[in-house]
Design a protein around this ligand. Sequence first.
Ligand code: LMR
Length: 393
Amino acid sequence: MLEALKPQPQDKILQLIAMFREDQRADKIDLGVGVYKDPTGLTPVMRAVKAAERKLWETETTKTYTGLAGEPAYNAAMARLILAGSVPADRIASVATPGGTGAIRQALELIRMASPEAKVWLSNPTWPNHPSIIRYLGMPMAEYRYFDAASGGVDFAGMMADLARVAKGDVVLLHGCCHNPTGANLTAAEWAQVCDAMEARGAIPMIDLAYQGFGDGLEADAAATRMVAARFPEVLIAASCSKNFGIYRERTGVLIALSKDAGQKAITQGNLNFLNRQNYSFPPDHGARVVTMIVEDDALRADWMAELEEVRQNMLGLRQALADALRAETNSDRFDFVARHRGMFSRLGLTEAQVTRLREEHGIYMVGDSRINIAGLNARTVPVLARAVASIL
Ligand code: LMR
């Protein structure tokens, strides 16, 4: 049986982890996978997470199964964090999932169950795992223009022109904030226009919210999601706690499915529970429980928010420093967009050959499309990257 299997392509982002590890150069720089690193290069366990884990260890008396949809308190906490009351609770169905990827997978399976013909529209470019999972599930998909390589901003006219071709019942997948891989984001006014377009076409919005708190702040980063949630009868929201709680390996995510009314919500919830049962039964609990403890405790929540804000400010500082260094080294404003971008990533607009040269000649690792993880930089490596980029242009 197994000899019938064909080799699978490696994930381009995850592949970089191994390549970087094998590189023996002491001064190599990792700007690959989207993991936050502090100025010393460490991906720290956040203070509030440590404190919650300590408390959990002391107080947890059982590891018996929790709900099939996850612990209700976690689902409620995530709905509050993301939606902040923008939608009545009796419209919110949700399941805890293994990370944001688990939430995306469950959302896509829900779409396929409800409407196998629906096309899923993806931004061009998008996180490569989006098309990869959709292809694996055999679902129809299409692309809308998103990034303007020349300006490093959003190709809004192109995006709107493509959204005008969406068919009734198609799903439009949007990045709620901190677009991955480009770092270029819609303004609030543009979000409103995107909502108008989706409404006019009868489209169903799906939002991938993996970086809440990494862009303009915890509330600001959820504003677009809340706008969409308040306007549409049906919305799918796949959210991750990997980045904003720094609990990557704990696999903590949530899928929220907004339904038009309480009656539909009950059916949607039953289908989400069913999907959990088919795919992995009960979702992982540890990370979800830690998140719940933090969000529900005033002191822990305040400390978490303060540390998340430090993380965000560190990335903003690095963005400005890199934009300044690139301006000085290249004697041009070509890379000024780096300071305007938000979130962990910026796409620099280099060719694949230039990315390869940066890796081979300078030991600088980034994704092949020239996406860099801003948090992989520090005060010492910003000028190193700027000089290296200038040297290969
Ligand atoms: C990334 O885009 O680097 C992260 O979301 C990590 C991943 O799973 O790809």
